[in-house]
Design a protein around this ligand. Structure first.
Ligand code: F6P
Ligand code: MG
Length: 439
């Protein structure tokens, strides 16, 4: 029987996983601790001692986590009382370290597990308080980042409002396909960290300017299965009486989710789906991942915009969430450390739900890592093989590379990419649009 290569891990000194555990994760955790300490001081100044003590307790817990990380202590069981506690603790008990004879720690475990674990422990610190149970320590960052992309939000809103009023079901395939590709690529590059596509370079309402920009970026798409995705959409029976829906397993809040909603709006307005499901995170996750609250906030901001296209689109999306053509979906599975090949056994309900989709978009880097098990695959491994049995429905990954795992490349493509850019796998410059119909 075939087996998979081992997972990426901080046990490999010099690897990107090592750098993440050793430097990047402590930075993120320290920021949360600092912000919480500041909050505690502010509350003390205001003589709100009950709240201040509550936050101090959170800081204490977070500092304990940081200490355990830095001193390579075994990963502790959660032992709290959340809906996912049992699954987490079972996973922590059953998972062995990747270094024989050593305990499971941040430096001996799989990177995916350790990184997810840190965010779950941050959440634990807040949920165990009395007054900060649904406090999101990353909320301010997410909001600021959205405001910084306002120029792109305006031009993309205008584009979407115009194309959804001009294109109809009877428009030519070519015209529809062109717009689809544009919105697909916006959704893709928005994962780079929002700003690359904007950078102020897209001029308001200049569709050609936008298209040119995207044309430029095409050279950086290592695998582009757009045609396969389009073929699936083009052949959808739009008059079918059964309910057709398309799912987005979302990644980041802000401009990325805005671009995802634009793509979804396009699909609905052309009757390529009746409903779009958005799978959001239940807890603050990997700093910028989108929660239901983040999206509600985004739509409120859009409605308040002085730009008519933006505000009208905000109104339209709010109505969509009301009438159910847009729907939020939540599941604890998305904030476990499991990769997607384990979904069928661990969360059969979620697997069954995804199976009913016409198409599922998996957004971003972390979702890609979960699709391919975050393992040391040779880069020419077929995408289908790396999915390791996970294909509930036709799926499409839209991902910019921010972790050193990628599959489905042609022989020699990796060395070529590396010669252009040494950091090609981790700095978000390169991207993939990978599609799998079934396994
Ligand atoms: O840059 C690496 C990283 O922190 C990874 O740990 C993670 O996969 C990724 O960023 C998150 O990116 P995204 O929001 O695209 O999933
Ligand atoms: Mg993310």
């Amino acid at each position: 029987e075939k087996s998979r290569p081992e997972p990426l891990s901080a046990k490999d000194q010099g690897s990107f996983a090592f750098d993440t555990v050793n430097r990047r994760m402590p930075v993120i955790l320290t920021r949360v601790i600092d912000a919480s300490s500041k909050l505690a001081s502010k509350l003390t100044e205001q003589n709100d001692h009950e709240k201040a003590d509550d936050v101090k307790n959170v800081v204490h817990k977070l500092s304990g986590l940081k200490y355990g990380m830095e001193t390579n202590k075994p990963l502790e069981l959660l032992n709290d009382d959340q809906a996912d506690t049992e699954l987490w603790d079972k996973c922590l008990q059953e998972t062995k370290s990747l270094v024989p004879g050593k305990d499971l720690t941040f430096y001996t475990g799989a990177w995916l597990l350790c990184e997810c674990y840190m965010y779950r422990r941050i959440f634990q610190a807040f949920i165990s308080s009395s007054l900060f149970k649904d406090y999101d320590p990353f909320s301010e960052q997410k909001r600021e980042s959205f405001f910084s992309t306002m120029d792109s939000v305006k031009s993309l809103s205008e584009n979407v409002m115009k194309c959804t009023s001009t294109l109809t079901e009877s428009s030519s395939d070519d015209a529809v396909r062109l717009e689809f590709e544009t919105l697909l690529q916006f959704s893709l590059w928005a994962n780079k960290c929002d700003l690359s596509v904007s950078g102020g370079e897209i001029k308001d309402g200049q569709h050609t300017g936008m298209a040119e920009q995207l044309q430029h970026l095409k050279a950086w798409i290592l695998v582009d299965n757009t045609s396969e995705v389009w073929e699936l959409l083009r052949t959808i029976d739009r008059n079918a009486d059964h309910e057709i829906h398309i799912d987005f397993v979302l990644d980041n809040a802000g401009f990325e989710v805005f671009a995802d909603l634009c793509l979804a709006e396009f699909l609905l307005s052309l009757n390529l789906a009746k409903t779009v499901y958005f799978h959001v995170k239940n807890i603050p996750w990997f700093v910028s991942d989108a929660s239901e609250k983040d999206i509600d906030w985004l739509i409120e901001q859009m409605k308040k915009s002085e730009n008519n296209y933006v505000s009208q689109l905000g109104v339209r999306w709010q109505a969509r969430f009301k009438d159910g053509s847009f729907q939020f979906k939540k599941h604890i599975y998305w904030t476990l450390a499991h990769d997607n090949s384990e979904m069928k056994a661990t969360a059969p309900d979620l697997y069954a739900e995804l199976s009913k989709a016409k198409l599922v978009f998996f957004k971003g880097d972390l979702n890609y890592r979960k699709l391919v098990g975050d393992r040391k695959w040779p880069h020419t491994t077929p995408f289908a093989e790396a999915l390791w049995g996970f294909c509930p429905a036709p799926l499409c990954s839209l991902r910019t590379l921010k972790a050193d795992v990628v599959v489905g490349l042609c022989p020699g493509q990796d060395s070529k990419a590396e010669s252009k850019d040494k950091q090609w796998m981790v700095n978000g410059t390169n991207a993939v649009i990978q599609y799998q119909h079934n396994l």
